[in-house]
Design a protein around this ligand. Structure first.
Ligand SMILES: C[S@@+](CC[C@H](N)C(=O)[O-])C[C@H]1O[C@@H](n2cnc3c(N)ncnc32)[C@H](O)[C@@H]1O
Length: 243
């Protein structure tokens, strides 16, 4: 009789534990609160929902940028460098690609992982990885590399020469396409932090195309020029660099 009672107790506790583990793995109330706090008080750069098409919910125009990229993805896998809270990574994963998102900001990666849980997307992994000249060479080759709105930060941190070397290594790690954008000179001309960016002359678009070609790409095409959601005058040309 005592054994039967013990057995019943064991089954009851086991069920309780399993349900608790299931709850922890689901997008639960605590996750919801954490995600909303990070979004409200840390970064709204990417929206809280990857399928709702409200542009006002993010700073950068991620929705239209992804629509331009989507039809140009090749092969089976994608690397998203400086993935932020994962909008592009999650969209590509939900379109069936195996995706790796890298960022060096722990809090923003927490948001990315919560977004992954919220949308129940499995084929994406986010890792804390600081891109520099040394670390970049450890990356394997990917079919597609998303390298958006980050290269000017590389120049700011490492200087133009080192950042250009990083871009060359990323080109070697690209099997088919790299997606790349860069601010126009007007956006940073009074900012000391960007003083290492060379003069782009009269035609910044041509300058960027040549820069990508000298980094090792065969051909570069413009997909579209997009505005910032909060500052419509701040535009960026989205390029596809082809190997
Ligand atoms: C301006 S956001 C761009 C986000 C996203 N690529 C987009 O276009 O929407 C730049 C991101 O790059 C990350 N980042 C900056 N320097 C980095 C580095 N050296 N290694 C990895 N991530 C970096 C930042 O934490 C930030 O999330």
């Amino acid at each position: 009789m005592q054994i039967k009672l013990k057995m019943k107790m064991y089954i009851f506790v086991r069920k309780l534990v399993l349900n608790y583990l299931k709850y922890l793995n689901s997008f639960n109330l605590f996750d919801r609160i954490r995600l909303s706090l990070i979004h409200q008080f840390y970064s709204k750069y990417h929206p809280l929902d990857i399928y709702t098409k409200t542009k006002g919910s993010s700073k950068r125009n991620v929705i239209d940028r992804y629509e331009s990229i989507r039809g140009n993805l090749m092969g089976k896998n994608c690397l998203d460098i400086g993935c932020q809270s994962g909008y592009f990574s999650l969209r590509m994963a939900s379109d069936g690609y195996l995706v790796t998102g890298l960022d060096s900001d722990e809090v923003i990666l927490d948001k990315a992982n919560l977004m992954k849980k919220k949308h129940a997307i499995k084929n994406v992994s986010f890792a804390n990885f600081k891109v520099n000249l040394e670390s970049v060479s450890s990356l394997p080759v990917f079919d597609n590399i998303i390298y958006l709105s980050i290269h000017h930060h590389m120049i700011k941190i490492y200087g133009f020469e080192a950042a250009s070397e990083i871009l060359k290594v990323l080109c070697q790690r690209t099997k088919y396409h790299m997606f790349f954008d860069f601010p126009y000179p007007d956006a940073y001309k009074d900012n000391e932090l960007f003083s290492d960016i060379p003069d782009m002359g009269d035609n910044p678009d041509e300058w960027i195309k040549n820069y990508l070609v000298t980094s090792g790409f065969k051909k570069v095409v413009s997909l579209n020029i997009f505005s910032h959601n909060l500052r419509p005058e701040e535009k960026r040309n989205l390029f596809m660099a082809i190997k």
